[in-house]
Write a protein that binds this ligand. Structure first.
Ligand code: FMN
Length: 167
């Protein structure tokens, strides 16, 4: 079955293990690339037209406002020919208890049908939050497999491999 990893991730300053650090590549992106490699999947990065701030505190505030307002930030581009794929690995960081609002934009504007969706979420301790329920609500014509929560900076590669290869 053909599969694709579709993810959002933000490089820049982030809070990692109790410290603010500059990440050249976002945590979710590192995991997304690993999954693509392990499962021989294609890969697509979701990017908002207006990127979130590189500054951690500013980004925290932007994302909080976004969620409060129910914003649907515009995307630069959508993945093409999704009809070719049976499995979608859907990756994102936990932002305030669920997916970043760009993921809502993506799922609402892309009518996914008959896909197996495997959510994975990097976070600093809140796990997948409400994201699995949100995905189920937005993708009623798909099968949503049990999601995987990963600690942003130090995740278990073996656990990731086991989860990614099973569907
Ligand atoms: C705006 C924002 C909100 C966040 N909210 C949460 C949260 O509610 N729970 C949590 O465990 N981590 C939260 N985090 C931490 C991120 O989920 C975590 O650092 C993630 O690995 C970042 O992924 P990325 O580098 O791919 O963007 C938040 C980070 C940001 C920037």
């Amino acid at each position: 079955m053909k599969s694709i990893v579709i993810y959002f991730s933000r490089a820049g300053y982030n809070y990692v293990n109790g410290e603010i650090k500059y990440l050249e590549i976002g945590n979710t992106e590192v995991i997304a690339k690993k999954i693509a490699e392990l499962t021989n999947s294609d890969i697509f990065k979701i990017e908002p037209m207006l990127p979130y701030s590189e500054d951690y505190s500013e980004c925290i505030e932007e994302a909080r406002q976004d969620q409060k307002a129910g914003a649907r930030p515009e995307l630069k581009e959508y993945p093409k020919k999704l009809e070719d794929y049976a499995v979608i690995y859907l990756g994102y960081p936990n932002y305030w208890g669920t997916m970043p609002m760009v993921m809502f934009t993506f799922l609402e504007n892309t009518k996914l049908t008959d896909k197996i969706i495997k959510p994975f979420c990097s976070n600093e301790g809140s796990g997948l939050g409400r994201s699995e329920e949100d995905i189920k609500r937005l993708c009623t014509n798909c099968t949503i497999e049990k999601g995987l929560s990963l600690h942003g900076a130090n995740f278990d590669e073996l656990e990731l491999k086991k989860w990614a290869e099973k569907y």
